[in-house]
Design a binder for this molecule. Sequence first.
Ligand SMILES: NC(=O)C1=CN([C@@H]2O[C@H](COP(=O)(O)OP(=O)(O)OC[C@H]3O[C@@H](n4cnc5c(N)ncnc54)[C@H](OP(=O)(O)O)[C@@H]3O)[C@@H](O)[C@H]2O)[C@@H](O)CC1
Ligand SMILES: [K+]
Length: 520
Amino acid sequence: MLTAYTSDEIRAAEQVLMARLPGGTLMRRAATGLAVACVKALPRVYGSRVVLLIGSGDNGGDALYAGAALARRGARVHAILAGARTHEGGLAELRRVGGRTYDLRGISDPARTEGAKAGTSASGPAKALETDPMLVNLIGGADVIVDGLVGIGGTGALREPYATLARMSAGSPGIVVAVDVPSGVDASTGEVEGEAVRAHLTVTFGAVKAGLLIDPGASHAGTLRQVDIGLGPFLPAPGVVTLTGPDVAERMPRAEPESNKYRRGVVGVVAGSDRFTGAAVLAVGGAVRAGAGLVRFASAAEAVQQVRAKWPEAVTKIITPEEGVREVGRVQAWVLGPGMGTDDDAHALARSVLDSDVPVLVDADGLTLATRDRSLLRRSAPTLITPHAGELGRLLGVPVEEIEERRLHHARLAAAELGVTVLLKGSTTLVAEEGRPVRVNLTGTPWLATGGTGDVLAGIAGAFLAGGLSCYEAASCAAFVHGLAARMAAGGPEGGQAPIAALDVALELPSAIRTLTASR
Ligand SMILES: NC(=O)C1=CN([C@@H]2O[C@H](COP(=O)(O)OP(=O)(O)OC[C@H]3O[C@@H](n4cnc5c(N)ncnc54)[C@H](OP(=O)(O)O)[C@@H]3O)[C@@H](O)[C@H]2O)[C@@H](O)CC1
Ligand SMILES: [K+]
């Protein structure tokens, strides 16, 4: 399991460790790791052009010492001094080995208190920077740009001149290496208030910061490399974690020799309607291919006909809103919602499912119904909701943009406010439940952003719930397996480059599960 921390947690651990070591030891360790990462990223160090963006704190200190190490190996190193102060030891060391500096305070006095919103065009002092020939040449001609503007000490939107430097580095052909965290990304949450550095590589020290795993921060971080500085024993229990393949393999329901279909878990699916049938076919497909012992599907006649045609292994029943799921037979968990509609009949059906005493996964139209009638989610058995940002926004009465901007906050808030487990879909899927670390899933692929993949995910998680996993475990394992199957469908476990359809993800599930469980 990978663990991730907030800035405060890292800082507290660093204090304890620092008190036991000679001064400067941690920065030396960090800078050495950073220099090694830069060497690996460069085709050749000797003669390469390295530009350091230096802020006023220790993040800049790391970059200066690493720059000095690169200069000693023959790189041409230029430090752009952007802060009101500069780390003295680092600067002296860089100068000692022939590194050069360019002090921005000499060319402009930008409004340092103004946050620059992403996308706004530069004006005034920022404009003067953007057209400064020296700066344009340095940044435009760099083989590698080392972002040492701010690290875990950063707060709020990047101020000038940092914001302009972040924007300029995005236009450079050089490799951008972020020191500890891309400047402008909130290291604790992944939130980005204004301009932020877009790194190809982030070299992070001591432990992974949660904001590097969660979008929008995650998409600014590029490849992550962690440098051990000896912090491990001093870190607290993490607030954010990520499951690895072996973690998921260990948790997934197993088919034991004495298993029969009832022992492996019976999942009920209430999805689709006479008008919409595709979502039902995909949700049932997810459940069937993820290894449910038996899938009971209950819906209107047209949806039942389509599901039977595609998945003959499902036991189907045509139901009416009045009778609900009373006569469907015993299940260990329900999946409720995809394509079921949102009218009064759908509401009655949802009520009959949510009245049951087994775990229920609520997705899609089920979430729309719950938005209108929150009492649907008040139940004694566990509930898992699987919204995308828009659905969660409606449930919480918050604009979708705010959900996207503050994913970690809103996933936690929803879990607390609604008393359910929340799987918030997106490029970095989050699973939140009160009293537990938020789980971030990293196996997704941009190709997953296509219609119907959420229905497949609901089916997978439903199968895992029926197999005996808790909402928290079922959601995080399902997100992992779903993302892995999508990657494999798109061309390979590391992510291919072919478009995929939702059904491809369902069909790929056995292969994905096989790659996970082969080593268990
Ligand atoms: N502690 C350790 O043991 C180790 C720490 N290490 C390293 O130290 C880093 C943390 O260093 P840190 O604490 O000096 O903070 P850091 O991130 O460099 O900058 C903070 C300064 O930036 C500014 N600033 C803030 N927000 C801003 C904004 N939005 N826009 C513009 N400016 C902004 C503000 O300064 P001011 O406004 O006064 O100029 C603030 O004081 C850490 O990430 C890691 O790289 C490693 O060496 C390993 C050992
Ligand atoms: K940085």
